[in-house]
Write a protein of this length. Structure first.
Length: 496
């Protein structure tokens, strides 16, 4: 039976943000809560600076990224290095995260004494909730200073489920930069009688892009007066097993460097769906039909193969910038994009584009960020593999790094997090008037017996906090999710 994973739902209508309604039992009465609410709103405005460079939100994605993508289209597209000047600007709202964040010394400590006693008083009882199963861990970090404000079981390696996508996306952005785009190309032999559709690993390639490739190919072939062609398709960009260890599953397509719409066999764009068992073959057949529509029929069915030695590129499609792919992977918990990002990281590192290569490449990138990796195992990019191990210290530290002005290339990790009660895998959560709606942004994680939540929140003091809560041995997913949501809400509302 397939493991349950987050099902992204359509963002509900309504005004952005959320209300902070007074809750029964909050000490201090209505006047005190109003002061706290005003403080929280002010803090939210402060935290907005951390993603100011992202531009205004529109359907959960950034207009600025779309504008950048459009500009790249006008110039023909390119592969950009991490230092490209179009990278997001540094966050204006906070000083650099302390260099000690996540080092061995910091990782070795649980909740420190002093100013964090109030957090212990708030979070400790909530972590005792039986709904959180047999094991639980938690870390909270002030992203402006890098100081750990709370830690419990901080360094215990646990199954992270889909929150491992935070590690995957951080590594991909670190290795490739937010402006990198994944190419899909068509190459033609010298005599123009054979064309090869070459997959570069873009799982978001759609029929419109395939049609544009066919049109460009037909235009190039007609200049040589080719009447028909033989069609090959090349998936050599990937290696290793074609199926995720979870097996054939509606949550993820077979691993292939060439596919259309993530191998989905319906009109969906997110969530579980019937998948093609041979996505590359299906993509090539669709391309053959589009070539025929463009006036270039093919001889026989498409066959696997690499381009001829003296072939030349006649058409190219570039994916959305990596920043947009990262946002989509996090907002919708998209397993196909996450696995593709792990393989793109492997390719950039000169590793084989398979599960092992992705594991080594992602781990190497995380090491460069000086984060605690003891006991960590990145077995896949999506979090579907139960061999994945992460710590609360690592996940919260990654999010703090993404808020660090020294790492503007990581900003899409923050802007891609689902918004509580509004977008992605959090659209159906935090819907009650408990103070978390619109204030919490977090990546969810769900497998049988495993529930996790890692993200950011602005507290009533105006601090942008990163947090990670991990639970295993859970027996009731709905209750476990509610317990995790209560922990994050406690940070947002500053409940005492």
């Amino acid at each position: 039976m397939a493991e349950p994973v987050e099902r992204a739902s359509t963002e509900p209508p309504g005004r952005p943000g959320g209300s902070l309604a007074a809750r029964p039992g909050v000490p201090g009465g209505a006047n005190n809560w109003q002061v706290m609410a005003v403080s929280a709103v002010a803090g939210l405005a402060l935290a907005a600076g951390a993603v100011l460079a992202a531009g205004p939100w529109d359907s959960g994605q950034r207009k600025a990224e779309r504008d950048r993508a459009a500009a790249a289209e006008r110039t023909g597209g390119a592969h950009h290095a991490a230092g490209d000047t179009t990278d997001p600007a540094p966050a204006p709202s906070a000083p650099a995260v302390l260099a000690a964040l996540g080092t061995a010394d910091a990782a070795a400590k649980d909740a420190p004494a002093g100013a964090t006693r109030d957090l212990r008083a708030v979070l400790d009882p909530l972590l005792e909730n039986d709904a959180l199963g047999s094991r639980r861990a938690a870390v909270v970090i002030d992203t402006a200073t890098g100081r750990r404000l709370y830690g419990k079981g901080a360094d215990a390696p646990m199954t992270p489920a889909s929150t491992v996508k935070i590690a995957t996306t951080v590594a991909a952005l670190s290795a490739l930069g937010p402006a990198h785009r994944i190419p899909t190309t068509v190459r033609a032999s010298a005599d123009l009688r054979t064309v090869t559709l070459v997959g570069g690993g873009d799982p978001t390639l759609d029929k419109a892009a395939l049609r544009a490739l066919a049109t460009g190919t037909a235009r190039a072939l007609k200049t040589g007066k080719a009447r028909s062609v033989r069609l090959r398709y090349d998936t050599s960009g990937y290696s290793g097993p074609t199926h995720h260890p979870i097996g054939p599953n509606e949550n993820i397509a077979p691993m292939s460097a060439l596919m259309v719409n993530e191998g989905r066999q319906d009109d969906s764009s997110k969530g579980p769906a019937p998948r093609s068992e041979e996505p590359a073959r299906d993509a090539a057949r669709a391309f053959a039909g589009l070539l025929h529509d463009a006036g270039v029929p093919t001889k026989g069915a498409p066959v696997p193969g690499r381009p001829a030695r003296k072939s030349r590129t006649v058409a190219t499609h570039l994916s959305a910038p990596l920043s947009g792919l990262v946002e989509r992977a996090l907002t919708n918990s998209d397993n196909d994009i996450a696995e593709a990002l792990a393989r793109q990281t492997a390719i950039a590192a000169g590793e084989p584009a398979d599960f092992n290569g992705g594991r080594r490449a992602v781990t190497a990138q995380l090491k460069k960020l000086r984060l605690p990796l003891k006991g960590v195992n990145v077995a896949d990019g999506s979090g579907l593999d139960r061999k994945d191990r992460a710590t609360a210290a690592l996940l919260a530290g990654l999010l703090a790094r993404a808020a660090d002005p020294a790492h503007p290339e990581l900003r899409p990790v923050l802007t891609g997090l689902p918004v509580a009660g509004f977008s992605g895998t959090l659209s159906g959560r935090y819907t009650s008037e408990d103070g978390g709606t619109g204030f919490i942004r977090a990546k969810t994680g769900t497998l049988t017996g495993v529930n996790s939540l890692a993200g950011t929140v602005v507290d009533t003091r105006g601090r942008l906090l990163s947090f990670a809560f991990l639970a295993s041995g859970t027996t009731a997913p709905t209750e476990a999710q509610a317990a995790l949501d209560e922990l994050a809400t406690a940070l947002a509302a500053g409940r005492r």
